[in-house]
Design a binder for this molecule. Sequence first.
Ligand code: ATP
Ligand code: MG
Length: 640
Amino acid sequence: MGSGDAPMASSLKEFHARSIADREGFWAEQARLIDWEHPFGQVLDYSRPPFARWFVGGRTNLCHNAVDRHLAARRDAPALIHVSSETGTERVYTFGELHREVVRMAAAMRALGVRRGERVLIYMPMIPEAAFAMLACARIGAIHSVVFGGFASHSLASRIDDAAPVLVVSADAGSRAGKVIPYKPLLDAAIELSRNKPAKVLMVDRGLATFERTAGRDHDYAELRARHLDEEVPVEWLESNEVSYTLYTSGTTGTPKGVQRDVGGYAVALAASMKHIFCGNPGETYFSTSDIGWVVGHSYIVYGPLIAGMATIMYEGTPLRPDPGILWQLVEKHRVTVMFSAPTAIRVLKKQDPSWLTRHDLSSLRTLFLAGEPLDEPTARWIGDALGKPIVDNYWQTETGWPILTVAHGIEKTPTRLGSPGMPMYGYDLRLLHEKTGDEVGVDEKGVVAIVPPLPPGCMQTVWGDDERFVKTYFTSVPGKLVYSTFDWGIRDRDGYYFILGRTDDVINVAGHRLGTREIEESLSSHSAVAECAVVGVADALKGQVAIGFVVLKDPALAATAEAAQALEGELMATVDRQLGAVARPSRVHFVSLLPKTRSGKVLRRSIQAICEARDPGDLTTIEDPSALEQVRHALGGGR
Ligand code: ATP
Ligand code: MG
């Protein structure tokens, strides 16, 4: 067991090495960052590989650690800052007020019959009640399953079926870029479609859209809240390995997987990451531009910052409205110290006048963290230069809940390296494996990014309701070895920095050369005309596969005429030629005005590839804008 006088690690590498060599001691120490109602008897139970159980026998609660725990020291300090640029509203909840609202929501849920271990599906826009609902579930030991508010009936129905919730919490409508999107008709249709119909629906009425109510099933939150205004709902202490929530992966590579997470391991992992990686201090403000429908929203809008005693901004709106300076205006106004966004949001800003980035006082901001997609060098450099702040890439997955690769400036001020998310984080026994033999590859050699189990605290426990699928999906890709595959392809330089080259599905084989789509995309992006791009491998009778690029230009006028487009295509090919060699040169580069992406902003390369090969684009339930696929079809059809 670790003790308070354990030697301080002086470097990230040492810190990491100890986390693997002495897992139990290391994590027992981290576990002190949170409150336990009852201490754990065993740090790790790994008697049934690859299933890991952390902090066995310990009793704790996520809501207690995020809210109640801070009441003594910071009852009147801001906890939840809700901003909607859609409705033009802003409301700050102190820890005391947040506590009250969470308890009211918990009382409403209990009144509707929700019990410990039962599922509550949350299908909501970015409004404070969505965070109250998550925390209320955590408080009473119900399992939440947040479904991104942008999903339509079909996607919602399949998640209702999987979770079999007793209650759905929803709202009349969301709003996106000024357009009201009614939720209730979609919810009604989804319940109609689903096999596991919830007994109750709890509706938050924002007054944006009228909706129909089903008598006996649908309840109004304002009414229930008023009835339970002063009720006390004590925290339900949960064994560390009880289930806190389920959440689906983004569906970039196929059917989304239902990730199941525990209570104690997750709380410890988040508390540790807030300290070592995000370096957030109590009383400061954290701003993540994600959505509660994604894992970043769970870990770093709701739970992580609050567990750390920070205020967290919950933002409903786009990065462009009312103007492209809105994110930075919020940083200035709320003195944000730690910010978290995605490369895709930054690429949106890249198409705007860069002066928007310098109109606000950003002196409070220490670091901008970016994750979710490869952060190409030009984008990283552009935003870093414009803001004059450190940009820290971090690589992880819905499955892991917190970063796998990044730098941990709470441990050591390791310099960042453009194009690399950084080094393995403590707790992750990371390897790069040869995809066929499963042997470790050497420095500067490409391999599959894999984790030797047990996975550290905070990572998924299993696939919800399907242990077999968990083992089969994640632990059987390397023959003869029980390792967790990330299904990403990477490389490590001699200093230990990793580079993610793309998904293993996306690796292109051109005349026997293995190329990551990321490498070619990175090269195309280095051309000053390119805002963003996607490269896919397409079957070719002669070469096996050829690379085809789809490029969104900063200024579409650059390819307005056929001649201009042809000239630019030639320039882009020459750029790749020069940087990577002729073998990587795309056989075509098409210009489109948008790329097919998931609702979480990830490029759907598999769908682009399928269209290029005249195949069915597959599961599209998570696509952002289906017209992007039409553009791909059109581009291939000869139009530019
Ligand atoms: P699905 O698993 O359903 O296909 P998904 O993998 O897109 O969807 P997420 O868990 O949201 O679902 O995304 C994790 C993936 O995103 C990683 O495996 C990796 O491919 C990519 N990714 C995340 N962060 C980074 C990063 N910093 N650099 C490069 N790639 C990243
Ligand atoms: Mg994935």
